[in-house]
Design a protein around this ligand. Sequence first.
Ligand SMILES: Nc1ncnc2c1ncn2[C@@H]1O[C@H](COP(=O)(O)OP(=O)(O)OP(=O)(O)O)[C@@H](O)[C@H]1O
Ligand SMILES: [Mg+2]
Length: 259
Amino acid sequence: MTEPQTNTLRGEGISLSFGGIKVLKDLDVEFRAGEITGLIGPNGAGKTSLFNCLTGAYTPQKGNIGYAGNSLNGLPPSMRAAKGIVRSFQHVALCPDLTVRENVMIGVARNHHSGWLNAFLPLPRGQREWAAMAQDANRALADLGLAEMGDLMPDALPPGMQRLVEIARAIVGNPSVLLLDEPAAGLNNSETSDLMAVLRELASNDLVLVVVEHDMDLVMSICDRIYVLNFGELVADGTPKEVRENPNVVRIYLGSDDD
Ligand SMILES: Nc1ncnc2c1ncn2[C@@H]1O[C@H](COP(=O)(O)OP(=O)(O)OP(=O)(O)O)[C@@H](O)[C@H]1O
Ligand SMILES: [Mg+2]
């Protein structure tokens, strides 16, 4: 047994099904702060569904989810977000009518006193909040190599950059848990290496960082630990080296069906 970790996100015995189809089967996972954990597996393995259970978008039929020793069972997504549990989506979900900077500012709002709505009002306090939120957003955009893009509308950016904007929105509010669903999908090589640098930097002592990703080079190079899912079951977990050498994983990824 490892020592109990304080800021750990845990799922115990998670089972989820839709209309009799079992999507997650009695999963036990532990995501520790200060580490980057990879979550990999073939299409349909249940990776996004597990994120949805952790954020409260899906309610598993069985199992418990807890963060920092407190149960999250039954908490709606908004209350989990208020605890700093933040995710990015596999399919980019930016507001098309807001600028890139305003989209990122949505991610800061929970840290600010008068909040997103008041920041729109022409009152001095609102204006100060707006300026502070814009500054935070600019910093996050700059970290991801998007310093010049704040005034543009999302549609004006290529898909890879739109994805980075979404990641800026996820990191800007200093989350305590950050769940990234295929953050490198559609990124070119230089965008991917910017992203990897940002993720390494973010992996500070108190952040739980979980990355679902099909880009194996990225996963193997930035993750401390990796869980491998297949058909809703955990087939392996360990360091990148252990996982790469695990015969079950090799079989799944090479598509061989002889035992
Ligand atoms: N809301 C839903 N209703 C019905 N079935 C669902 C729902 N959400 C997920 N599933 C099913 O659960 C299974 C796992 O899907 P999930 O999206 O979690 O896989 P994934 O590992 O993220 O795959 P990918 O790598 O393609 O994104 C799939 O068979 C999917 O069709
Ligand atoms: Mg998915």
